[in-house]
Ligand binder design. Structure first.
Ligand SMILES: [Zn+2]
Length: 318
């Protein structure tokens, strides 16, 4: 229940999901008042978060609750991080208590895809819809389902794991143990893998030069960037990725007959080059009356989605 002076209250949202730690001070209606960011050091998470949160708290004394988007599985009832590939076990265990002790504030932990979904639903591309599916396409592929304003998390907190639906029954092995998951072809690292496999057949691509001229491999961001600069090979890789994602989107449409699907994450930085084939492929594959009832849109909050959503989840947990 919101208290009576909630219009004056601010909230803090923190996103631990990327290589960059993001913390935002958000007003009760979801506007970003101030943001801080710095490279995330997995071993120093508590100290880093406490420093940023304390700085934002100094800026706004009305803050009492902080939401944190966690790259992993969170039990919201016990505030425990059950699994995370990104956070070291020593940090993960007791994270909630350690953060409260270091700041004197209340903390709400949530899975990162759920937090980003909630941000887009409240103040981004999902605004105005009653039910929404969110898909985040970046280093991995995550998803979240919001029904009637609430996250629907399923029997054990894992609902919406769209990255692990099977796209290619004969595909390569996935981190989850299955083969041919959507993530094995459409996540950032797998876009790079597919591009590298084909690149020696197309030495004219600007990606070939990038691959030769650098100490490190190129990234999915580079593929998107070169595609937007007119490189045909990169554009083809992004378009094919869009087709895979669109195949997953068609499955979601048929399963849920949901009014809004919002797509976020770094891979969507490719803009219309990826959104257009996603929508086209979803239309080709989905049951037509279901497709017609669905609006597919790119997220509008960008890299702030997780932090804003975490702050608004903290607001609504009060
Ligand atoms: Zn998988």
């Amino acid at each position: 229940m919101a208290n009576t002076d909630s219009s004056q209250q601010n909230f803090i949202g923190v996103d631990l999901s990327g290589p960059v730690l993001r913390a935002t001070l958000v007003s009760s209606n979801g506007e970003v008042v101030e943001r801080h960011e710095s490279p995330l050091d997995g071993q120093q998470v508590v100290a880093q978060v406490a420093e940023m949160v304390n700085a934002l708290h100094d800026h706004s004394a009305t803050v009492s609750t902080v939401g944190v988007a966690i790259p992993g599985l969170v039990n919201r009832l016990t505030d425990r991080v059950l699994a995370s590939n990104e956070l070291p076990a020593a940090v993960r265990e007791g994270l909630h208590e350690a953060l409260m002790k270091a700041t004197g504030l209340r903390f709400e932990l949530e899975n990162d895809a759920n937090a980003a979904a909630y941000g887009e639903y409240q103040v981004g591309a999902g605004r105005g819809s009653r039910d929404m599916f969110y898909m985040s396409i970046g280093k991995g592929i995550g998803g979240a389902i919001i029904l009637d304003g609430k996250l629907w998390t399923g029997a054990s907190g894992l609902a919406g794991e769209v990255g692990h639906i099977t796209i290619d029954a004969e595909g390569i092995e996935c981190v989850c143990g299955n083969t041919g998951c959507l993530e094995t072809v459409a996540s950032g690292p797998n876009i790079v893998r597919r591009a590298l496999e084909r690149l020696d057949r197309d030495s004219t691509s600007s990606l070939s030069k990038l691959a030769l001229n650098r100490d490190r491999d190129f990234t999915a961001d580079d593929v998107a960037h070169e595609a937007n600069n007119g490189d045909d090979f990169s554009a083809m890789m992004i378009e094919r990725t869009g087709k895979y994602i669109g195949t997953g989107v068609a499955t979601v449409i048929n399963l849920l007959n949901i009014e809004r699907i919002v797509l976020g994450g770094g891979v969507m930085d490719a803009g219309d080059l990826i959104l257009t084939p996603i929508i086209r492929e979803a239309e080709r594959r989905a049951f037509q009356p279901c497709f017609e009832a669905t609006k597919i849109a790119a997220g509008t909050l960008g890299k702030d989605a997780g932090a804003i959503g975490a702050a608004l989840l903290a607001r609504d947990a009060q």
